[in-house]
Design a binder for this molecule. Structure first.
Ligand code: TXA
Ligand code: MG
Length: 319
């Protein structure tokens, strides 16, 4: 799931202390900063500042019913915002810092602006592993609300240039951590008393969760869109996308996998973690190419392949 620490240290070095202090000051005065995490780039703001949160929604063109994830430096900070039962504590201890978001009931004195949770009684909390984001949390002393740093409904950014391209003139200061390691958004798990439900598949797989809790996730009811970012069409390029394509049609930009070469190969060796890292970059490249259509080779559904296929299905949905 994660690479060597040397790689992470390299990323941290891309941006110096001065820039982190400048970014922290911007956040403290209610501004926005785009910041790398181990999953995708986030558009961060002080979660307790209603004006700053309104600016996140405006910049992304995000519907106000779609709540934000709040990023915290550690589990003690998380407990100021959300109520952690035994199961939540266990998952946080095992997977934090890392690409797991926990949806738990809000504390009675939860200080985040109401718009962050879009009127829900629950809050989505994540303790990110990326050293730049961790440094920003420590330096600013803030709990940072941060959705992915792209226009609502678009492809999540895994490189600084994706942020610039997606947000255009509205792009704020970007802390450059190079490409994101996991490349796919965090797994979202809602705690349901002594059980849990996977609201969004991600780098922490269903198998990882089962092994660590000794429990299978509750079924999705499918009736209610509880994580509204899970609307059918999401992560969508501007061009039509064809899935499970064994070969390209003329006019198609072809994204391959393993032995199936293409204009872009997600992983020549057929490694699913590598494919996840490259997935959004491949969609950004396909969108920017001169080909009017996109086709993608079949990707196995095991492990993190579940999250990859989830994002692909949404990329291929029209609305
Ligand atoms: O990896 C990630 O999670 C990235 C990085 C930046 O941390 N963030 C991210 O945020 O993907 P965003 O806003 O693109 O997706 C957040 C998802 C949405 O689907 C939203 O509906 C869901 O989290 N969410 C937030 N609060 C929730 C809550 N209280 N209950 C259920 N779902 C919630
Ligand atoms: Mg997003």
């Amino acid at each position: 799931m994660s690479g060597s620490n040397d790689h992470i240290d390299d990323k941290a070095r891309r941006y110096g202390k001065q820039a982190i202090v400048a970014a922290a000051e911007r956040l403290q005065s209610g501004g926005l900063v785009a910041v790398p995490t181990e999953t995708v780039y986030g558009l961060a703001a002080d979660s307790t500042n209603a004006g700053a949160i309104a600016e996140i929604y405006r910049t992304k063109g995000r519907p106000d019913f779609n709540p934000l994830i709040v990023h915290v430096p550690n589990i003690d900070a998380a407990r100021k915002l959300g109520l952690f039962n035994d199961l939540a504590n266990k998952l946080a201890k095992i997977f934090w810092p890392g690409p797991l978001t926990l949806v738990v009931p809000k504390t009675s004195d939860c200080p985040v602006a109401p718009a962050v949770t879009a009127g829900l009684e629950t809050i989505a909390l994540r303790c990110p592993a990326h050293p730049l984001m961790q440094e920003l949390l420590a330096t600013s002393g803030l709990f940072l609300a941060a959705p992915s740093a792209n226009k609502s409904g678009g492809i999540s950014p895994t490189k600084p240039e994706h942020v610039k391209h997606s947000l255009g003139k509205a792009a704020p200061m970007i802390l450059d951590g190079g490409p994101c390691e996991s490349g796919i958004e965090s797994t979202i798990v809602a705690i349901r008393d002594h059980d849990y439900q996977i609201l969004r598949p991600g780098p922490i797989t269903a198998e990882d969760l089962e092994t660590s809790t000794g429990k299978v996730a509750l079924n999705q009811t499918g009736e209610k869109i509880e994580a509204p970012g899970q609307l059918a069409s999401h992560y969508a390029p501007s061009k039509p996308v064809r899935l499970d394509a064994m070969q390209p049609e003329p006019e198609e930009y072809y994204i391959g996998f393993g032995a199936i070469a293409g204009d872009f190969n997600l992983s020549v060796s057929g490694d699913l973690a590598e494919a996840a890292t490259n997935l959004f970059a491949s969609l950004h490249d396909a969108d920017a190419s001169d080909r009017p259509h996109i086709a993608i080779a079949p990707i196995p559904r095991s492990g993190i392949g579940a999250a990859i296929n989830d994002r692909l299905k949404r990329a291929a949905q029209k609305d």
